[in-house]
Ligand binder design. Structure first.
Ligand SMILES: Cc1ncc(COP(=O)(O)O)c(C=O)c1O
Length: 339
């Protein structure tokens, strides 16, 4: 047998070890604190957002939890009025028990936003683009409005992905991701991430993460890392297909309104009030009814029956996540269901 010592894996190996042999008692060696597979992914995640530091969590919700755990009694968080329902629940129904306040306002209204900022506001948290209505918020503008007030600016970049937007480069302090969506992209793993350039902030977040055990497992790290390899290919293809679908829906006489920000594979639309929402969903063959978005399969969500929303939405409103399949086939599927 030839000397195989120089075999170098092209992928980061998955290290299944919870404890690491220490040369002395003064070193670290426990995977809740640091783990080679997770550290490799965290470096990749930081790179995606041009950040100095990244942290990987078992879900997007646990990443948000870690973030808000930095706050103390009497502090409050201000969110855009359309914020992911899970994030809202963390603030409204969990953090409220610890005396952390929660307010919402339209971030696209500078006057209202200024008024909503209280002396207790320590964090503004918003998605750009928002879910499910796909509103666009100007990160640089929000950063200018709030920077002088010692408020942490947090942007949830799940829908846009770092391929289309890097919030840390335009004034955000922290970026949050649900890796469950576009970044892993294959509907097979839950995950979350925080990225920042601020070392002091990173150390605080890392302390909370390791103390509460909010860490991603090595196998899950592998799946996310595998997803990252095709992220750009997938989202560019999905966005191109979503544009074709947007152009089709825009001119369809049974479609009342359609939104497509052009920065991910998501299209939101409202169909004619004389069409039955459930019947429309049932008639779709290729596009599957599903809660999540951002993966290789095309999925559709009916927010009125599948989300708990703070804002009332039209009964015939849908959020379509365009997968990597043939856009012509997807248009055919929609055309048939709209008949
Ligand atoms: C914009 C956004 N942020 C955060 C989350 C929470 O992520 P997870 O489901 O991975 O906990 C979601 C989930 O849908 C989301 O859509």
């Amino acid at each position: 047998m030839k000397n195989r010592k120089n075999l170098k894996p092209i992928n980061m190996p998955v290290f299944l070890s919870t404890t690491f042999v220490q040369d002395s008692p003064s070193q670290w060696g426990y995977s809740r604190v640091d783990d080679p597979t997770r550290l490799a992914l965290e470096n990749e995640l930081a790179g995606l957002e041009n950040a100095n530091h990244g942290l990987a969590f078992p879900s997007g919700s646990s990443a948000v939890t870690c973030l808000v755990m930095m706050l103390k009694k009497g502090d409050s968080v201000l969110c855009h009025h359309e914020v992911y329902e899970g994030t809202q629940r963390i603030l409204e129904r969990v953090m409220n028990k610890f005396g952390v306040g929660f307010d919402v306002v339209d971030f696209n209204n500078a006057v209202k936003l200024n008024k909503a900022i209280k002396p207790s506001t320590r964090m503004v948290l918003f998605e750009n683009v928002t879910n499910p209505e796909l509103e666009i918020i100007d990160v640089a503008k929000i950063s200018k409005l709030t920077k002088s007030k010692d408020i942490l600016i947090v942007v949830d970049n799940t829908i846009c992905t770092p391929i289309f937007q890097k919030p840390l480069t335009v004034g955000a302090d922290v970026v949050v991701h649900s890796l469950t969506k576009f970044i892993s992209g294959n509907h097979d793993v839950l995950g979350g991430a925080l990225m920042t350039n601020d070392k002091v902030l990173f150390d605080k977040l890392k302390f909370i993460q390791q103390t509460l055990g909010l860490v991603m497992s090595p196998f899950d790290c592998h799946f996310v890392s595998r997803g990252i390899k095709t992220l750009e290919l997938r989202v560019k293809r999905q966005t191109k297909s979503a544009r074709k679908i947007f152009n089709f829906l825009k001119t369809h006489n049974k479609v009342v309104r359609v939104s497509f920000p052009g920065v991910s594979g998501i299209v939101s639309f409202v169909i004619d009030k004389n069409l039955n929402a459930r019947r429309f969903l049932k008639r779709l063959k290729l596009i599957k009814i599903a809660q999540s978005f951002g993966g290789t399969e095309s999925t559709i969500l009916h927010p009125r029956s599948m989300m708990t929303l703070a804002k009332p939405l039209d009964h015939n409103f849908f959020r379509l996540s365009v997968g990597v399949g043939d856009p012509g086939e997807l248009i055919k599927d929609l055309k048939e269901a709209l008949k």
